[in-house]
Design a protein around this ligand. Structure first.
Ligand code: 5RP
Length: 274
């Protein structure tokens, strides 16, 4: 699979607006391994933040009046939600379906009209972040713990627009530990099975030591595979594991990745085979 790359105008970057702390934030940035030789170096936080904002701003052109819009989760998606809130304030008419309690509360605070999948089973466009993407626009998601609802919303979306900073671009997925959502009853069994596949498996915890619980009441195993040479094969293996609710491999779901690179935003599109 190949990508079309096209430079688009750099968006205006507003001064940083921070999402207010809500409840217990999930641990971000699990320990990293040495990146593969071709992957870009890890960016300074301020630069990454600027790139996230730029990508989020650029995603606005995919949203049109009258649409049902999926709202992702994470710091990059939060920028997009804030920018959408500004547009709604100026008169844009959308109805949004958030992928997490955090994004719901943020959207509510911005007075973005909200709905659920009970109201609409098809979403026009979803804007979401990612922890990694590869040249085929396959993703690792779930660093923020919302992968289950994110995948359901992505699967119900005509278009999934992914927004990231440039550090998320990798040649081979797996530098970021793969989040796997499990039912608590099965977590030890599933952890052992995934470890047998060659991953270092960690039960996700809050910084103060309690087990992280997802919006759907499940736990998350962060599975460090180092490299995932065949993401579809691993996805099938995990799908077949009893006790696994969902995993963070998003394959053939992203339509577009908007990646902030310095002051530019690069648009990558997935090529469909005819
Ligand atoms: C949440 C996600 C996020 O999109 C992913 O973790 C990226 O987060 P950020 O934009 O904060 O880097 O998958 O479950």
């Amino acid at each position: 699979m190949a990508n079309d790359t096209e430079k688009i105008d750099p968006p205006r970057i507003d001064p940083p607006k921070q999402e207010p702390p809500r409840g217990d934030p999930p641990p971000r940035d699990p320990p990293e391994k040495d990146p593969p030789a071709k992957d870009p170096p890890v960016k300074e936080p301020a630069k990454a933040d600027q790139e996230k904002q730029a990508a989020a701003r650029a995603s606005l052109r995919f949203v049109h009046d009258g649409q049902i819009v999926g709202l992702g989760t994470g710091s990059t998606a939060a920028y997009a939600i804030r920018f959408l809130g500004e547009q709604v304030h100026k008169g844009l008419r959308i109805v949004a379906i958030p992928t997490s309690q955090r994004s719901k509360e943020l959207a509510e605070s911005l007075r973005i009209p909200l709905a659920t999948l009970d109201d609409y089973q098809q979403i026009d466009v979803t804007i979401d972040g990612a922890d990694e993407f590869d040249p085929a626009l396959r993703l690792i998601k779930g660093g923020g713990g919302a992968l289950l609802r994110e995948k359901v919303v992505a699967s119900a979306s005509k278009q999934l627009v992914i927004i990231t900073d440039s550090a998320k671009q990798v040649s081979v997925l797996g530098k970021f530990p793969l989040p796997v959502e499990v039912i608590p009853f099965a977590q030890a069994v599933v952890a052992e099975r995934i470890a047998a596949l060659g991953a270092a498996v960690t039960l996700r915890q809050y910084a103060y030591g309690n087990t992280f619980v997802t919006d759907e009441g499940h736990h998350i195993l962060d599975c460090d595979f180092g490299h995932i040479p065949d993401p579809p094969a691993l996805a099938r293996t995990l799908n077949d594991m009893p006790g696994v609710v969902e995993h963070g491999l998003f394959i053939d779901l992203a339509s577009v990745v908007l990646v902030g690179k310095g002051t530019e935003v690069i648009e990558l599109r997935r090529r469909h085979h005819s």
